[in-house]
Ligand binder design. Structure first.
Ligand SMILES: C[S@@+](CC[C@H](N)C(=O)[O-])C[C@H]1O[C@@H](n2cnc3c(N)ncnc32)[C@H](O)[C@@H]1O
Length: 447
């Protein structure tokens, strides 16, 4: 039999399940303690959840990126005891071991560092006061997973555990709106009495302004179960929706969900459409965008990643016209319908993918002001195309609203290197108790 030389495997030794120890010297942008551990003359960096700078811990390496905390040897002075009883298991509010002021300071520091590293900003950023609302019970929308193999087995209703598919039972959520929390407790009982558990995949709770429950149905319901849902909706004066994965049907004869803009216009939406989860903070965010963008009566404004028109309608009331672009057809149609119902006729709503060339053609028409509010992936293609515009076609003002500071810093570099100056930046405390960071930045054309 022929023999071939077999080189030794080049695969790095698996680190999985190793228990290491070290002291955190920083927090990363996901709120995890940064621990550097020496390995055979080299230093390796780990990111450990629930750990603060100065704390020495033992942690288990569960994958290339994942670690779990095993034991903490000391506590940093700024650590507080987490107010929510589910904090240790639930994957949700992962920064509540810091008080709210410390959370905000950490988030501001993260954004500043990312701007230095990724956008080349070496001067102090023009920070404005953080926009804040309630620290607890601020969420008007949440999706909870449901799992029950059969009615003889226990039912689970809650959020997924940290880095896992396991459901942590959450009878009450400390950041969920209080009306929705009360409804959640009643709904848990209904699942048991009507034996709904094996038929449901998740429930989405929305306050809009009537409480709404949207149920993901995985097996068809019996007549008695449907009646029990009807009775529940009547008893608790809420709306009920059934989603079978293909269609969303309203079970109750109630009005659709809606929000109200700061001008009093109605923004109708469907469960599943994007809405900003923190209504108090959202109102301030829209007001600040208007103040920074300062649309004038003669301005043509572009609202990109427009959703159902959260920024579009207020902008349209102040400018000559607004072109709003959104990638989901249903939301663009809803945006157009919302404008029409508010008697606003200067909105041109378009549907297309903003990561494509198409946006370049639109930008060449020339807009005085642009509002950008992308998803976490950011708006790099848009910023590159703004950067490449001739000076006379470049907008005078841009406001960028972001839920991911790394893509915000990356995209901002295109603007800062191509004729724009940052005039304002502020944190928007949309997701208190969690590591998620919402930021607003205003740019002004300087050349
Ligand atoms: C953060 S939400 C903002 C929505 C709206 N501005 C608001 O305040 O409610 C981002 C929106 O961008 C849309 N979107 C994400 N990626 C997109 C893309 N590549 N092209 C167009 N729209 C996109 C999403 O559907 C979503 O509605």
């Amino acid at each position: 039999m022929a023999q071939f030389f077999k080189p030794p495997s080049r695969r790095t030794k698996t680190v999985s399940s190793q228990v290491l120890s070290g002291t955190a010297d920083a927090l990363d942008h996901q709120g995890r303690g940064v621990i550097r551990v020496a390995h055979g003359g080299k230093s390796r960096t780990y990111f450990v959840p629930q750990v603060l700078p100065g704390e020495t811990v033992r942690f288990k390496v569960t994958g290339q990126q994942n670690t779990t905390l095993v034991a903490r040897e000391n506590e940093a002075p700024e650590r507080r005891s987490a107010p929510c009883p589910y904090y240790a298991q639930c994957g949700g509010c992962d920064l509540q071991h810091l008080d709210e002021d410390s959370q905000r300071q950490h988030k501001q520091r993260v954004v500043s560092e990312l701007f230095t590293k990724m956008a080349g900003m070496n001067t102090e950023l023009p920070w404005q006061p953080t926009l804040t609302g309630d620290d607890w019970h601020y969420r008007r929308k949440a999706r909870l997973a449901i799992y029950q193999r059969s009615t003889a087995q226990p039912m689970h209703l809650g959020f997924r555990a940290r880095a896992s598919k396991h459901i942590v039972d959450i009878p009450q959520c400390a950041v969920l709106d209080s009306t929705l929390n009360r409804l959640l407790a009643e709904f848990r009982q209904l699942i048991e009495t009507a034996q709904l558990g094996p038929h449901l995949g998740h429930v989405e709770l929305i306050k809009a302004p009537l409480a709404q429950l949207c149920l993901r149905i995985t097996r068809s319901l019996s007549g008695e179960q449907t009646q029990a849902l009807h009775d529940f909706a009547a008893r608790h004066q809420c709306a009920l929706w059934l989603d079978d994965g293909e269609q969303l049907n309203s079970l109750t004869d109630t009005q659709a969900c809606h929000d109200t803009t700061l001008d009093g216009d109605r923004l109708v939406f469907m469960p599943g459409d994007f809405i900003q989860v923190n209504p108090k903070v959202n109102q301030q965010m829209v007001a600040q965008a208007l103040a920074w963008l300062a649309p004038q009566a003669g301005d043509e404004v572009l609202d990109l990643f427009a959703g159902i028109g959260n920024f579009t309608l207020p902008l349209a009331r102040r400018a000559k016209s607004v072109t709003a672009v959104e990638g989901v057809t249903q939301m663009t149609q809803q945006l157009a319908a919302n404008a029409k119902a508010a008697d606003i006729h200067n909105v041109n709503a378009q549907t297309f993918d903003l990561s494509t060339e198409h946006v370049g053609r639109l930008l060449k028409k020339g807009f005085q002001r642009i509002l950008l509010d992308p998803a976490r992936a950011g708006a790099e293609a848009v910023c590159q195309m703004i950067a490449a515009l001739p000076v006379d076609k470049k907008p005078e003002h841009i406001v960028y609203v972001s839920c991911a500071p790394n893509t915000l810093a990356r995209d901002s570099r295109w603007l800062l290197d191509n004729g724009y100056q940052m005039t304002h930046i502020s944190l928007v405390d949309m997701f208190v108790q969690t590591h998620h960071i919402e930021t607003m930045v205003s740019f002004k054309k300087v050349v």
